[in-house]
Design a binder for this molecule. Structure first.
Ligand code: SAM
Length: 452
């Protein structure tokens, strides 16, 4: 693999950069890692090597076919690049278990950072996971749904739409679209398409995105900026630009030397962290945290009359274990449950933000019956006493392909299909036949081998 010479020349100025071993690392295979969902406990991968900066992160010795693992579909883990899990260490240091905060993950698809952030938040904190590109927002919605948390809402807005929410968020994460050089090992197409002109375009777009969203950050709030690019223009020089434009100041976090993470300083003395594949077990990555010193008034919440609908509650509350909820209709066919502490946010945000997912989708009324949403099956707040069947791996895969599972005598009614105790989806048994309610677009299309 030939690294573009201009990247190597630029990096000569960066602390700790060693061109020889950096180039050598690009001859090695990329690393495979996953992050466990702490709210969906299983004993999977418990013996695997841990990622040093993320307690839920694990390395895998080889890359399995994740599509053929029902635990993946149940949201037991997320496949995530190890370096980027450093966000876990950073947020733990900066938030120190703060409760009831409002977080925006602005460039969120497919959902790696959002699922990580969600795992760190208490139930009363709210995460808005946003992706401007609609097709990617669909994938994000699926991954957030699998993760199963009601306090993670999915939106599909342009960054500038959030600018109108002045002083609302305690934390904003901008994992910016970038030239991607940190992923050369993982995807050779990134290398083939890499140009200096594109680095310049990315840098301009990064500034636009940051300028658009900056007003939405509270005074003393935290902005996390990250890329998977090695280019100084997209990393340290963006920090300089933030200092210059907004008087932002970076926050340092303690990093043990043995981790191999390189602490760097920008021209104007802003602090960031670089990940080089010859120094860490992971791919190329850059991250920095900074705080907003500019005077910003906190966003006011509007007065509202509760949208809680007792009829929806009567019909659907049996599906959930949590009780401090508001049940409401958020669209023609959308019936949702929200944490009661988030209703004020809904009244504020719904006027400005295009949501794809708010709280937990409940399903729809069907006469006296309730047609439960797929989301309930994957929710960590699903009532654990819901009727269901535990299935083997083979049967779980047939279910996920929307095929007959071949189980005789399933009790009549709605049944939650569980694998290793984790919900996968719904079936309805009618006595003489069983209907599979896995949404069509969630179906596995990959052929099964005889073993499965
Ligand atoms: N945070 C994600 C994760 O951890 O899985 C990865 C995000 S990726 C590096 C950057 C995202 O920014 C992409 O999903 C891309 O679609 C989105 N994006 C592209 N152009 C954008 C723009 N102008 N404003 C905001 N986001 C944009």
């Amino acid at each position: 693999m030939t690294i573009p010479p201009s990247i190597l020349i630029d990096l000569q100025t960066v602390t700790g950069f060693d061109a020889g071993s950096f180039v050598g690392a690009h001859e090695q295979s990329p690393v495979t890692s996953i992050r466990m969902n702490p709210n969906k406990e299983t004993c999977l991968f418990s013996a695997n090597e841990k990622v040093k900066w993320c307690a839920d992160g694990r390395y895998l010795n080889e890359r399995p076919v994740f599509t053929l693992d029902p635990a993946y579909h149940a949201g037991a883990y997320y496949v995530q690049e190890a370096s980027s899990m450093f966000l876990d260490h950073m947020l733990r240091e900066l938030l120190k278990d703060k409760k009831g905060i409002r977080v925006l993950d602005l460039c969120a698809a497919p959902g790696g950072k959002s699922t990580l952030i969600a795992s760190l938040l208490d139930k009363d904190s709210l995460l808005i996971s946003n992706e401007v590109i609609r097709a990617r927002a669909t994938i994000l919605d699926e991954n957030i749904t699998r993760w199963g948390q009601m306090n993670t809402w999915v939106s599909a807005n342009d960054p500038r739409d959030f600018g109108r929410l002045k002083g609302y968020f305690d934390v904003i994460v901008v994992d910016a679209p970038c030239s991607g050089s940190g992923l050369f090992r993982k995807d050779v197409r990134v290398l083939e398409n890499w140009t200096e002109a594109n680095v310049q375009l990315c840098c301009e777009r990064q500034q636009r995105i940051l300028a658009d969203v900056w007003p939405a950050l509270k005074q003393d709030g935290v902005l996390i900026y990250a890329t998977c690019s090695y280019s100084l223009q997209e990393d340290e020089q963006i920090l300089d630009w933030l200092k210059d434009s907004y008087n932002a100041s970076t926050i340092e976090v303690p990093v043990p030397e043995g981790w191999g993470v390189v602490a760097v300083q920008s021209g104007s003395g802003m602090a960031g962290y670089r990940f080089f594949p010859d120094k860490v077990k992971g791919e190329g990555f850059f991250i920095a945290a900074m705080t907003k010193t500019e005077h910003t008034t906190d966003q006011d919440y509007p007065r509202f009359r509760t949208a809680h609908d007792k009829k929806i509650q009567q019909q659907s509350a049996y599906l959930l274990s949590d009780s401090d909820l508001v049940f409401m209709q958020t669209g023609n066919e959308d019936f949702n449950a929200l944490r009661a502490s988030h209703e004020k946010d809904w009244h504020l945000l719904q006027k400005l933000v295009y949501f794809r997912k708010v709280g937990l989708r409940l399903g729809v009324p069907a006469g006296k019956d309730w047609l439960p949403a797929h989301d309930i099956a994957l929710s960590i707040d699903a009532n654990e006493h819901l009727p269901g069947i535990e299935v083997s791996k083979g049967r779980a895969l047939h279910f996920l392909r929307r095929e007959e599972m071949g189980i005789p005598d399933i009790q009549k009614g709605w049944q939650l299909v569980r694998y290793n105790g984790l919900g996968l989806g719904w079936i309805k048994s009618l006595g003489n036949r069983v209907n599979n309610y896995l949404p069509k677009h969630w179906r596995i299309r990959m052929e099964l081998t005889e073993e499965e």
